[in-house]
Design a protein around this ligand. Sequence first.
Ligand code: AMP
Length: 574
Amino acid sequence: MEIMKNRSYLRKLRIESNLKNYDEMKKHFKWSKFKKEIHWMEKDKLNTAVNSVDKHIGTVRENKVALIWEGEKGEEKKFTFREIYELSNRFANVLKKFKIKKGQRVFVLLQRVPELYYSHLGSIKYGAVAGTMFPAFGPDAIYDRLENSEAVALITDSELVKRVDEVKKKLPKLKHIFVIDKPKGKEIDFHKEMEKASEHFKPKALNPEDFAFMLYTSGTTGKPKGVLHAHRSALYEHLTAKWVLDIHDTDVYWCTADPGWVTGIAYGILGSWSNGATSLVYAGRFDAEKWYELIQKYSVTIWYTAPTAVRLLMGAGEETAKKFDLTSLRHLCSVGEPLNPEPIKWSLKVFGLPFHDNFWQTETGGIVIANYPSMKIKAGSMGKPFPGIHAAIVDDEGKELTAGKEGNLALKPPWPGLMKTIWKQKKRFDKYFLNKWYLTGDKAMKDSEGYFWFVGRGDDIIKTSGERVGPFEVESALISHPSVLEAGVIGKPDALKGEIIKAFVVLRKGVTPSDALKNELQMHVKKNYAGHAYPREIEFIEELPKTQSGKILRRVLKAKESGLDLGDTSTFAK
Ligand code: AMP
């Protein structure tokens, strides 16, 4: 009961939100005024990793816990800012020893273990370009990313390295594979090297436009795109974490996203630590009771998660939540897919707090539209543009539309978080821009009070459990099976996951459709492409609808799936 009182007391302290008056801030906002919010090493030189961790050394935060890590079996480790600083220094020295050059790509393929966090920071600190991959990826997806980025080093573990082994021969640039447990053959013993390395490192002071990190994300067509972010994004991550997530350095903050995705980097490492928060990382899978137990055990104050997780919690029922003391929570945020009013109402009832929806993309480098703690929430809306961001709804020519009209969600460049480029694909980068607007690829509507409402993707990208999946990559994985002639993949609306992946498959001549084959195809995609992005539904069809130039008309497959009108069919193949 005593604990209960203490925690309620925490909430009653009513910490004032960092952004007190959205409208005022928006009116007078200038990026130059906020430059001083982050750490500059010399005039106009910075390093994102230094800004997130090193700047706390020599301050009251030096010995404060930066990372609380809990493993799947309940193991617990805690690291102070000083420890993360020293470990990332050591890893930077390891990169130096192996003669990695500034700007070369160093990738991590790990579960959510502490090594991931400090080696990623060490790579950035060193001046390399740090990349991460979602650990559910199979050999083909891993190959695409390592091959395109021409990564020279990889940090992984003895289980995940097996997937790399399958494609290693085709990756001549990948010279150094560090394994954090049981290295074999030519693999480098990560921890042995860490022990030998010095804990002192003089980080590189870099230009704001220098590359800091990259993440691969899916487009509608072609292989995944390597989105490059520059060191200047530190300012954007910092300020959005401060004003949208409302991070104070007294907070215990839990971002449930995996660092294989951008949220796990920008708000699971960089922006959150830049604001001095203690971050919780849980390496295990979703489990409602376990999640509540973690919030209770560590007195989590800010929680950043995705709508699918909220729906799963709703499914577990209010009684489950009631078994735990969750009164430490003071601010809840959600991202990645539309957040309907229902989960907001539910969380208000169960936690006494609403989830605040916000919108952004791998390419935008940080939250661009949000519901702020000090602003009225319109349930179901993504909120209003971040101060310093000009968002609008434009038509297909890039002309701004008036309030109430549906159109393309566009943002006016530049802003510090905007990606620097798409790695080795300038044409794909240029395609994002129209008539001086950056196009998100999403359809939305702005109401008369300036709130933005998500309508849907303007293209065929699938969002399943908040994770972005390109239909082309799943189709390619299906086609690599000897029984498949062609495949068309779409997102099918799903009450829990937002969308599930559905594949329409044309079999080769002589192959008999069966449930066993469906199963086999699912396993094939899981094994070769990704464990999380396999088609949960497969339908065998005779022929795929295509344009006259031979492109699959996924729009028609979608319409067929939902029993809708087939739309404009004038471009169909005759
Ligand atoms: P990613 O780059 O993987 O973060 O995916 C970005 C895409 O996720 C956006 O273009 C949207 O389609 C979707 N998305 C992100 N946040 C939201 C949100 N709050 N509401 C609706 N869709 C969202």
